[in-house]
Write a protein that binds this ligand. Structure first.
Ligand SMILES: [Zn+2]
Length: 285
């Protein structure tokens, strides 16, 4: 049987079709949008935890048979260990989600390359080496803080690095371990390896943050952030900064470095900088 539609019926059916399509469209497009949102959300969440800032390596400079610099009545190796221990205790209390690893906890001699190995074994996110500065004269008129990062440098402009690197001369086979580094062959290379270049910006960023806290919050005099050929920073497979906390052979700085108040100020400045650094570290990943 054949059904014949009249013209009016055909127009009516066509109009009904258009109305149904128009009414259904918003619901359809919303469903598509919802599907889209569902797809995107888990991707953003799953990317975040992979780059957590988890482990910090605290390296108290010198130790054992290597006393480092000395002032009128105190030695660098003891000051650095005390500050490092206080930093670890304060971090465990104020940033409990962080793991803290120390390269030494007693008065012992640890070779420079071993300090880097400890940092790598624990997969640190940041290496902080604590030191005290000293000028060549017996009593220093120079004072204040200095931040060192490994980077572009001239052999003639790295007095602090040469002093800190001198620890290797009491190590056995230092020439083999440190690629022929010798007393008369100051590092003068300005060619950085790939990973040194990769971490250079992050090192400078953290050093700037610490320097800012020392100056702004503690009113310390600062010699700024410098790039030098510091061996203990060179081999580290993570961003690494050496903090010269003050001149141990300046009478005022020596008193400050050995005082509970001075040590607490230094520790709290490092922690404030760390909190800011962790924030930017996790945001930029
Ligand atoms: Zn030192």
């Amino acid at each position: 049987m054949t059904i014949h539609y009249c013209a009016i019926c055909k127009i009516f059916s066509f109009l009904s079709f258009i109305i149904i399509i128009t009414l259904c469209q918003p619901a359809f497009s919303q469903q598509v949008k919802k599907k889209h949102r569902h797809k995107k959300a888990p991707a953003a969440n799953s990317a975040a935890p992979a780059f957590k800032f988890k482990t910090i390596i605290i390296d108290p400079g010198h130790g054992g048979k290597d006393p480092g610099a000395h002032g009128a009545w105190s030695k660098e190796k003891n000051v650095t260990l005390t500050i490092a221990k206080k930093l670890r205790a304060a971090l465990n209390e104020q940033m409990p989600s962080l793991n803290t690893v120390m390269t030494r906890t007693t008065d012992e001699f640890i070779e420079l390359h071993r300090r880097d190995a400890i940092a790598s074994e624990h997969k640190g996110n940041l290496f902080i080496s604590i030191h005290c500065n000293a000028s060549p004269e017996k009593v220093s008129t120079e004072r204040g803080v200095l931040l060192l990062v490994y980077g572009y440098h001239r052999a003639s402009e790295q007095f602090e690095a040469l002093r800190e690197n001198a620890s290797i001369f009491i190590e056995k086979d230092y020439k083999t371990k440190y690629n022929g580094y010798g007393e008369n062959s100051a590092i003068n290379t300005i060619v950085l390896s790939n990973f040194q270049q990769k971490y250079r910006k992050e090192c400078i960023h953290f050093a700037d943050l610490v320097n800012h806290e020392f100056k702004k919050e503690d009113g310390r005099h600062s010699l700024g952030v410098k790039e030098q050929g510091v061996l203990v920073l060179q081999q580290s497979a993570m961003p690494a900064v050496l903090i010269e906390t003050g001149f141990i052979n300046n009478p005022k700085d020596e008193a400050y470095l050995n005082s509970a108040e001075g040590q607490s100020e230094i520790v709290q400045s490092i922690i404030r900088a760390l909190k800011k650094y962790r924030e930017s570290f996790e945001q930029n990943r």
